[in-house]
Design a protein around this ligand. Structure first.
Ligand code: NAD
Length: 454
């Protein structure tokens, strides 16, 4: 497994749990040092136990020696990052191609090289060319096995996936069958639970990943537009989401309105699909609109918060509940909190922030002045003029409005994740605003985790 980040580490631990022998190659010195000490450098529920058990069982190891790791390997996975390339939205394939070259140089016999990283259509073939150019004599096959896990529930998603997609090079004589056989063996434990395993061409598999993420992002942008409409016409976006989501053709998941999608995947994958489609001469106007709606939404959040604070935040103390792009992760990539907190600090606010897992990753990304990191949410709320909910961690849901009111100096609560019940907040004397719900509450429409569908 080349790359021991969110995807590489989870995949490696799960493949080891399936009974395979897995060697992870990680080049980041800090991550590798932690892994070698048995520490998990990322926050992912259950991963520490799974990694520890598989190290103990001698099925999982970590190192930076690629030659050692690929020796005798039947499958070599590339799980390195594919961030957006500076300026143009294309996926930056520098890490993927560098890893492919290292693998090509190190291989000693037949293996299937598998991209687990999210890569644009055609990347598998380009990797094939790189390997063949460097090692013309080498026998190998190419496969694409995109990963659909969600941070925060990654192990469950890997072990009980909705589907596994495996693309192989159907043009290479015999290659598809050989690669499929190895991949089928790797995923054999999933046959028992009847997880659908879909064999496709390399191109289809590469595109499926981008299409899936773009579709989910489109659902989020759609519900965010509906939330704005609800606010204008006095409807409630929770009632609307339930009303449309119970239609099996639509589905209930990813219909939770909020400050716009972020994270390590949706922003970069929608942009990359846009570029892939434009270059192929088949522009996707729906994905382009999804990106535009999301950018505009994120940009509008600062103004919404300022308005809720009476038009001015200068000298005000704002408690921020949650910094990560979603709960149950420490991942801060493209988190809504980053631009929002910068804007508030620029406008003179003092921030008291708390996040259960993301504060270490957040510190280098947030202003280094006017932000105090707190020990928990009540600590952050103490003496605050306003509370701003940015991530829907479960521990924030449990806080009673009366307790919050008692801790605060002011009364304003701006809930960008709709975790509180407007009626209860109103009763406690709080000046509560949320997304897509009437300010004068009629009913209990606080979000349940299920309603968020994420
Ligand atoms: P990440 O940045 O957490 O991990 C990548 C790791 O690869 C880093 O630790 C880096 O040091 C290491 N690395 C880079 N080059 C290397 C090399 N040559 N040899 C060894 N190690 C190397 O990224 P991630 O979130 O795990 O994402 C990896 C890929 O999976 C991306 O393409 C991403 O789009 C995709 N993906 C991510 C998620 C997610 O939820 N994070 C979900 C599905 C798919």
């Amino acid at each position: 497994m080349i790359g021991g980040g969110y995807v590489g580490l989870v995949s490696a631990a799960c493949f080891a749990e399936f009974g395979n022998q897995v060697a992870v190659v990680e080049t980041h010195p800090g991550r590798l040092a932690a892994l070698r000490k048995g520490e998990i450098p990322i926050y992912e529920p259950g991963l520490d136990r799974l990694v520890a058990e598989n190290i103990k069982a001698d099925r999982l190891s970590f190192g930076d020696d690629i030659a050692h790791a690929v020796e005798g390997a039947e499958a070599i996975f590339l799980a390195v990052g594919t961030p957006p390339r500076n300026g143009d939205g294309h996926a930056d394939l520098t890490y993927v191609f560098a890893a492919a070259e290292q693998v090509a140089r190190a291989m000693t016999g037949y293996a299937v090289i598998v991209t687990k990283s999210t890569v644009p259509v055609g990347t598998g073939r380009r990797i094939s060319e790189i390997v063949s150019r460097l090692r013309p004599e080498l026998d190998f096959d190419m496969a694409s096995n995109p990963e659909f896990l969600r941070e925060g529930s990654a192990i469950g998603d890997f072990m009980k996936p909705d589907r596994v997609v495996i693309g192989t090079d159907t043009d290479r004589p015999g290659g598809a069958a050989r690669a499929q056989e190895i991949m089928r063996r790797l995923y054999r434990p999933l046959y028992v639970i009847e997880a659908p395993i879909l064999f496709t061409s390399l191109e289809s598999s590469e595109l499926i990943k981008y299409a899936a993420n773009s579709f989910l992002a489109m659902k989020i942008s759609f519900i965010n537009e509906m939330a704005d409409l609800c606010e204008r016409v006095g409807a409630d976006v929770h009632e609307l989401a339930r009303g449309i989501g119970l239609d099996g053709r639509i589905g209930r998941k990813f219909l939770h309105a909020g400050p716009g999608y972020g994270g390590s995947c949706f922003p970069k994958d929608t942009l990359a699909l846009m570029r892939i489609a434009q270059e192929a001469g088949a522009s996707s106007r729906l994905v382009e609109a999804t990106v535009q709606v999301n950018d505009a939404r994120k940009a509008s959040m600062g103004a919404r918060i300022m308005a809720a604070c009476g038009g001015n935040v200068r000298g005000k103390t704002i408690a921020v509940f949650g910094l990560t792009f979603k709960p149950e992760t420490d991942d801060m990539r493209d988190a809504a909190s980053i631009p929002i907190i910068h804007r508030l600090v620029e406008n003179g606010a003092e921030i008291r922030a708390f996040d259960p897992a993301g504060m270490t990753a957040a510190k280098p990304l947030l202003p280094d002045h006017n932000v105090t990191y707190c020990v928990d949410a009540p600590d952050a709320a103490t003496g605050a003029d306003a509370i701003l909910v940015l991530t829907e961690w479960n521990e924030f849901r449990a806080l009673s409005p009366e307790r919050l009111r008692g801790l605060m100096q002011g009364r304003v609560v701006i809930d960008l994740r709709n975790i509180y019940d407007p009626a209860a907040m109103d009763t406690a004397g709080l000046d509560y605003s949320s997304i897509g719900r009437p300010r004068n509450p009629r009913s209990n429409s606080a979000a349940t985790p299920e309603a968020q569908g994420v």
